[in-house]
Design a protein around this ligand. Structure first.
Ligand code: 13P
Length: 337
């Protein structure tokens, strides 16, 4: 297969109807935080047990087309001894990998952060590909205040995101481009729309500068919402605000927009995706690439005990099924019961 064929077939497998992506790529500090919330110590064994049991949920591939893994998980075996990428393939799920090295405060831009991880990226991608990964993820974050993000941070983060995407495509790996505008704070919906539009515009400028094939990437953005410390907006308001700016700045050649959940509750994230898909046909598939909104109920059900395996799998399958319905506007709150 040529590199172009590899990219096309991965896009076809990830973006088809009714399915979305499970983000199970929490870094060591993040998974430690999630496990602390359920009183479980994060060790290599506990992480392997938890991830192995959710990824082997029977029939997961009906609703999930791809899973983003953390490097550690890509090299692990399931509790049954099967390499995790093989387990995913047996579920008709494409294995993916988080490749950024996390964010740090940006020098000379107080309050902003920048994502690291370009050094050695080509060689890492080649070795992840040999282990079975077919797509990758890189996350930039943007804080909102009256003055943040600075223009410097918007431009610098867009540049690294585009350079990452170029290296991925040269290796036959589909890049997920994730510019996350954070929900933290008490900004209005209008301020979030303003920042999101500026960020996305700059990201697509950078992608064009680096000659990214838009047909062979997936955008993973945040939805346009008010800050967490404000009352939450209704799903129809979130959908209107989000679609308004996306129509302005996301080219129709992008095959899929797979949203992150970013701190929305599982129910909110599903209702908002449903509203986005209830506004008639759009140029791009609108789907989910949720971490917390898919996994939180499963983590609570597992609570660090292997005997809760089936309850945890059922909790994950329930959210995956409801979000699958939301891809075509078929979700209703009554289905939660
Ligand atoms: P959340 O859905 O929990 O925001 O996670 C998605 C993700 O991959 C963040 O990088």
């Amino acid at each position: 297969m040529t590199i172009q064929d590899e990219l096309s077939s991965t896009i076809a497998d990830l973006v088809g109807p009714d399915r979305g992506i499970l983000a199970a790529d929490e870094s060591a500090p993040t998974i430690e935080k999630r496990f602390r919330a359920i009183d479980v110590e994060s060790t290599e064994d506990s992480r392997r047990e938890y991830r192995s049991l959710i990824l082997s949920a029977p029939g997961l591939g009906e609703f999930i087309s791809g899973v983003i893994l953390f490097e550690e998980t890509l090299g692990q075996t399931s509790l049954e001894g099967q390499p995790i990428p093989e387990l995913l393939k047996s579920q008709h799920i494409v294995p993916g990998i988080k490749v950024d090295k996390g964010k740090k405060p940006m020098v000379n831009a107080p309050g902003d952060e920048i994502t690291f991880g370009l050094d050695g990226l080509h060689d890492r991608l080649e070795s992840y590909k040999a282990q079975g990964a077919r797509f990758a993820k890189w996350r930039d974050v943007f804080h909102i205040s009256d003055t943040l993000p600075s223009r410097t941070a918007v431009e610098a983060n867009a540049e690294v995101l585009a350079r990452y995407a170029a290296v991925c495509q040269s290796c036959g790996i589909v890049p997920i481009v994730e510019p996350e505008v954070l929900m933290d704070g008490h900004h209005s919906l209008a301020r979030c729309a303003e920042v999101s539009e500026e960020v996305l515009r700059e990201v697509f400028n950078a992608l064009a500068r680096h000659r990214i094939q838009l047909e062979h990437m997936i955008l993973k953005p945040s939805m346009v919402t008010p800050g967490k410390d404000n009352p939450h907006a209704a799903p129809s308001e979130v959908a209107d605000a989000t679609l308004t700016i996306f129509k302005r700045v996301v080219p129709a050649a992008v095959p899929g927009i797979f949203f992150l959940s970013g701190g929305q509750t599982p129910e909110e994230a599903t209702a908002n995706l449903n509203a986005l898909n209830s506004h008639g046909p759009q140029p791009w598939a609108l789907s989910f690439s949720y971490g917390r909104a898919l996994q939180e109920p499963a983590q609570k059900a597992w609570a660090g005990k292997l005997e809760n395996r089936e309850a945890a799998q059922e909790a994950l399958l329930k959210r995956a099924r409801l979000n699958s319905g939301a891809r075509s506007g078929k979700y209703q709150a009554a289905l939660e019961d």
